[in-house]
Every structure is written in structure tokens, then in C-alpha cells.
Design a protein around this ligand. Sequence first.
Ligand code: NAI
Ligand code: 0TF
Length: 259
Amino acid sequence: MALLTPEDLENINRQLQEADSAVRKVTGLDIKGICKDFYGTTPCCEKVGIVPVTSGNGIIRNFSASLHAITKYFGFDSFVTDMPDVSGYYEAVKNGAQIILMADDHTYLAHNLKNGKIANNQPCTGIIYAEIASRYLKADSKDVLAVGLGKVGFPGVAHLVNKGFRVYGYDTDRAILEKTVSSLGIILFDPKKPRKFSIIFEATPSANTIPESVISDNCVISTPGIPCAISTEIQEKYGVKLITEPLGIGTASMLYSVL
Ligand code: NAI
Ligand code: 0TF
């Protein structure tokens, strides 16, 4: 898994506000509104315990503090435990946490201890970015270009297919691409035969993954991928409506999914 850096998480509140404003312009709803509508849940009084985890590459500076800020932003009562790992988990439960948020280098989970529901960040992120893209109010068709079909991209594409979108998929890994084409019945996108899209969903750990030839004016690019799929220059040139943010949108999706 590509790991976040402390720099990715700088000014998380500002990043969330900007993302929220972009989501509102594209869909007419804010992130909370999309999550509420999509999952059919609303937070009431759930307390969230955030447990730092030291295993593998260890604590990422700003990670727990960002989760604290994100949970507050979405209206949850939350706290970060003083202790990490198993001791932190114990501390969280003892202090009344109903939902646990914790991540090692492979899995970032939300676990609701009251109803038993558990969520994994990768599918929750893919699905919510795909859902946002699917709600683009000015889309010119139900055609979507999806770039990156891994642990985040695949569930997002599956969601779009289930919603009746015609998905053109691309991944530099030929085996992943062919497996996704056959299992989800999507169309294999050939970069040598470009065409324009008004909805693009991207989930790769690479930069500059969206060629100019597929970008239509005022298209939406909904991308959890870090670093960003397009440059600021390309974004401005085509008036791209960019939905991107490093942690908060996916975390909101996880939390609403376990309520
Ligand atoms: P993954 O490794 O499972 O999948 C990435 C896929 O992208 C792979 O199949 C790879 O072959 C493909 N790929 C790489 N470069 C490509 C290119 N130039 N063109 C087309 N395909 C390309 O990774 P995962 O877990 O799906 O994560 C994807 C990205 O999303 C990462 O950058 C990760 O950090 C980010 N992420 C962001 C979150 C957020 O909240 N913003 C949450 C979770 C992940
Ligand atoms: O960096 C990641 C994921 C996060 C997905 C959301 N963008 N790409 N995972 C590693 C998190 C490790 C956290 C660390 N153990 C801590 O500080 O607790």
C-alpha cells in the first residue's frame, strides 16, 4: 500500500473544506449529504476512539491528529488514545469508544463495537469517490473512464457498473486490466484510441495518469489517488472539476457505512 506522508496531511481542515465545496458544485450535496443519502445513516452520539499503531513503518506524523480533525468536521465526538496498539485499544474501549479507527501499513479500519459493523478504507474510498463522480449534475452521458483498477479502483468501478454506468477501464497492469474487464464486464480502454469523457474516476499511486486527449471541458475527475492524476495547468486549461483529498472523504465513507 502506498503510505501517506505527514506532508499529504498538512492543513487537513482546509483540504476538507475545499473538497466539500468541490463536491457541492459537482453534485449539489456536500460530503455528509452524499454519505447520508448513500448509506442511509446519520450519526447521533457515537464516540470514536482513534488508536495510533506503531507496527511496520510506525506512526505517521499528523495521521491520528488528522483523523481527530476529520471526525470532528463530520460531527463525531472523538479522541486519540495516549497509548498506541493493544494498550491504546484497551484505553479506547475503557473510555467509551463505540467506533474504533486504526490503521497499520496494510489495513485502515473502522469498527463499530455496538453493532459489529466493520469497514475497510480501500473499498469505502473507491465507492464514495465513484458515487460522487456518478452524481455529476452536468455529465453528458453515462460513460465513465476509470484509471487504476486496484484495491481502491476495483470496488469503485464495480459500484459504477452496478449503478448502470458504461465504464471504460484502464490499468498499466495488463493482468489486472483483463481480470476486471472479464469479471465486471467493462470495456477495455485503449489509450491509442482516445475519446473524451465528462466523468473520470482515477485511483492510482502515479502522477499524470490522465492524458489530455480524454479530458473534455468542465469534466469531473474524482480521484483519491496520491499524487494527483493531473497537473494544475491541465486542470485550469480544461476547467476540470477536481475531487481529491487525502483522508477525509474515505474516512467519512467508512464511518457512515458502520452506523
Ligand atoms: P493498488 O496498488 O491496489 O492499485 C493501484 C493500481 O493503479 C494498480 O493496479 C496499478 O497497476 C495501477 N496503476 C499504477 N500506475 C498507473 C498508471 N500510470 N496508469 C494506470 N494504472 C496505473 O493501490 P490502491 O490501494 O488501490 O490505492 C490507489 C491510490 O489511492 C494510492 O495512491 C493510495 O495512496 C490512494 N488512496 C487514497 C485514499 C484517499 O482517501 N484519498 C484512500 C486509500 C488509498
Ligand atoms: O497510508 C495509509 C493509507 C491510508 C489510506 C487513506 N488515504 N494509504 N496507511 C497507513 C496508515 C498508518 C498509520 C500509522 N500506523 C499510525 O499513525 O497509526
